[in-house]
Design a protein around this ligand. Sequence first.
Ligand SMILES: N[C@@H](CCC(=O)N[C@@H](CS)C(=O)NCC(=O)O)C(=O)O
Length: 237
Amino acid sequence: MDETTPLVFYANRNCPYAQRSWITLLELSVDFEYQEISLGKDNKTEWFCALNPNGTVPVIKHGETVVYESLVVNEYLCEVFGGKGGTLMPSQLAARARARILMTRCDSKLVKLSYSYLSHKRTEDAAKDDQLRAHLEEELLLLDAAIEASGGPYFLGETVSLVDIAFMPFFERMNVALSAWKDFEIENSARVHLNTWLEAMSNRETYRQTRLSPERIKELYSQFLNVDYFKRVGVAL
Ligand SMILES: N[C@@H](CCC(=O)N[C@@H](CS)C(=O)NCC(=O)O)C(=O)O
């Protein structure tokens, strides 16, 4: 298996996890075949579950090798294609560990805190709403400090990495949804490094090719919020 082996990318246009791998494929200039998976339908089929027993996107099939879980897919892509269009992981072991700590934190903290706050109904418990908002603010400050410590504009310093790619699809959605439903702006003068990071990421051509429009995010998220989708899939408390 090498960079000349055909690669199929199974994804869904609305999925932030799949978007992570899509940006990575584009950043690494990989040739691939995009296959759209209709969620609730194609991902329940026998053929898809044989590829990924979790029934989730993204999945890549690279020759006979099948990889799923967005963060694992992205590291695999870096390992195989990292030499071609530039690498997205640092070479030093300590920096690689730091990158993994931040990527894991994206899923265990930022994603959970932001979807929990977004899906909480203030009318049901205002004190809890304030608490969820405060937890999210704290996490955003921590991320701001992480970017500051690296010198920015990216999480690991001057060059874009898998860490930035892991976070961006969620910031894209939260930027729109938290503003629309919670009157909460991600861009805030208390988080200058995060603001600069968001701008640097938003200007990247690879990301721009994969982004959802704000209108589409609002349309999707109003459906999701109506059916308590985020709680059902386990990204909100
Ligand atoms: N931890 C997984 C999460 C992937 C995930 O949850 N994908 C969602 C779409 S955003 C999915 O495929 N859900 C299956 C479904 O909705 O039936 C990853 O990082 O790849």
